[in-house]
Design a protein around this ligand. Structure first.
Ligand SMILES: CC(C)(COP(=O)(O)OP(=O)(O)OC[C@H]1O[C@@H](n2cnc3c(N)ncnc32)[C@H](O)[C@@H]1OP(=O)(O)O)[C@@H](O)C(=O)NCCC(=O)NCCSC(=O)Cc1ccccc1
Length: 335
C-alpha cells in the first residue's frame, strides 16, 4: 500500500528536509511503500540502485551458464524448457533495470559499470556448467536460493522493486520445479546419470550457500538495509532457511549434500552445517572465480555487437516523433 504523498516543495519555497525525512521515516515505520515520486534520503536511493543493479546484472550474466547448454539439450522438450527459462532471466534483468531507472539510474551506464567491474553480480554465476545435470542443479539449488532470498523482497519498502519481485518469484518457481523434475528424471535413469547429478550437487552446494552473502557479522550493508525495509531478513537467517528447506529435498531426490557436518540440532530443529569457505567467496566476488573473465568478456561482446541495434532504433524513434528507444530494443544476447 502506498502512503499519501507529501508534495515536493515547488518554486522558490525553501525545502524542509527535516519534514521530508520525518515523512519518509513514518512511511517506512508504517510499512507503506516508497514510490518514485516520493522524497527519499540519498543513501536509500544509492543502496537501492546498488542492490537492484547487482540483481539485474545477476539475471543477465546468469543467462550464460545455462545458455551454454541450449544447443546441446538432450531432447526438444528439454530445449524448449531451457529456452523459456533463459528468456525469463533476460526479462527479469530488463524488469529490474527499469526499476533502477525509476531511481534516476541510466541503464546503459549500469551496463558499462558491470563491464568495467565497478558493480557486482552474484558470485554463483562465476562457476562453469560441466554437464547437463548442472542445468537441473542450477534450477533446484540456485533458483531455490533465489526464491528464498527474493520472496521476502516482495515486501521490500520500495514499490517498483517489490512489485517486480512478485512476478519474478512466480517465474523462479517454475525454474526451480523444472530443475528438480530434470534431476528426478536423471535419478531414475542409469548409474552414470545418477553419478552426474551427485557430481553437480557436490560442485554447486557450497557456492549456492554463498549466494546469501557474507555472514551477518561481516555484512556491512545489512543493518541499514533492514532498517530501511529494503531487506527483510539477514543473510544468515535466509541461508538457514534455505538449508532447512533443501535437506529434505536432497533426501527425496536421493543425493548426498557434500557436508559431513550437516545434522539437525535437536534443540532448535534447524540444520547445523559446516563452515563456508569465505576466502573462496571473496576471491570470486573480487573477480578471480573460475569463470569471471569469460562472463564479462561475453557481456562486453554482446554490448558492443548490439550497439548498432540501439543506434538504429534511436534514430528511427527520433524520426517518427520522439518515441523512446531504449536498450530493451536490442537483444541482450547471452551469446
Ligand atoms: C543478500 C544480498 C545478495 C547481499 O546483501 P547486501 O546487503 O547487498 O550486501 P552485504 O553487506 O551482505 O555484502 C557485502 C558486499 O558483498 C556483496 N555480495 C554479497 N553477496 C554476494 C554474492 N553472493 N555475490 C556477489 N556479491 C555479493 C554485496 O553486494 C556487497 O558488495 P558492495 O557493498 O555492493 O560492494 C542482497 O544484495 C540481495 O538480497 N540482493 C537481491 C537478490 C540478488 O541480487 N540475487 C542475485 C541472484 S538472482 C538469481 O539467482 C536468479 C537466477 C537463477 C538462475 C539463473 C539465472 C538467474
Amino acid at each position: 500500500m502506498s502512503a499519501p504523498t507529501l508534495e515536493r516543495p515547488g518554486g522558490d519555497s525553501p525545502v524542509d528536509t527535516a519534514a521530508l525525512q520525518e515523512h519518509f521515516d513514518a512511511t517506512i515505520a508504517a510499512e507503506h511503500r516508497i514510490e518514485p515520486r516520493d522524497w527519499m534520503p540519498e543513501g536509500y536511493r544509492k543502496t537501492l540502485i546498488r542492490q537492484i543493479a547487482q540483481h539485474a546484472h545477476s539475471e543477465i550474466i546468469g543467462m550464460q551458464p545455462e545458455g551454454d547448454w541450449l544447443l546441446a539439450a538432450p531432447s526438444l522438450r528439454r530445449k524448449a524448457i531451457l529456452l523459456a527459462k533463459v528468456q525469463d532471466e533476460a526479462g527479469h534483468g530488463m524488469y529490474l533495470y527499469s526499476a533502477a531507472e525509476t531511481l534516476g539510474a541510466d541503464r546503459a551506464d549500469l551496463t558499462d559499470k558491470l563491464i568495467e567491474r565497478k558493480q557486482k553480480y552474484s558470485s554463483i554465476f562465476n562457476y562453469p556448467t560441466l554437464t547437463y545435470a548442472d542445468v537441473g542443479v542450477i534450477g533446484w539449488l540456485v533458483d531455490g536460493a533465489a526464491i528464498c532470498n527474493q520472496v521476502p523482497l516482495c515486501r521490500s519498502s520500495y514499490g517498483p522493486y517489490a512489485r517486480a519481485m512478485i512476478r519474478i518469484c512466480k517465474e523462479e518457481s517454475f525454474h526451480q520445479r523444472q530443475g528438480y523434475e530434470l534431476l528426478m528424471t536423471m535419478m531414475r535413469g542409469t548409474a552414470e546419470q545418477r553419478a552426474m547429478v551427485q557430481d553437480a550437487v557436490d560442485r554447486w552446494w557450497w557456492p549456492s550457500l554463498m549466494m546469501f552473502g557474507p555472514p551477518d557479522d561481516d555484512s556491512p550493508n545489512s543493518a541499514q538495509s533492514m532498517a530501511w525495509g529494503i531487506k527483510r531478513h539477514s543473510n544468515d537467517e535466509l541461508r538457514q532457511r534455505y538449508v532447512d528447506m533443501s535437506v529434505p529435498q536432497a533426501e527425496f531426490l536421493g543425493v548426498t549434500l557434500p557436508d559431513p557436518e550437516l545434522r539437525v540440532d535437536p534443540e532448535t530443529g534447524h540444520h547445523r552445517f559446516g563452515t563456508i569457505d569465505w576466502e573462496e567467496f571473496k576471491r570470486v566476488i573480487s573477480g578471480q572465480g573460475p569463470a569471471n573473465d569469460e562472463r564479462i568478456a561475453r557481456r562486453r561482446a554482446a554490448r558492443d555487437d548490439n550497439a548498432w541495434v540501439i543506434e538504429a532504433a534511436t534514430a528511427y524513434a527520433r524520426k517518427h516523433g520522439g518515441g523512446r528507444a531504449t536498450a530493451e530494443l536490442a537483444p541482450e544476447s547471452a551469446a
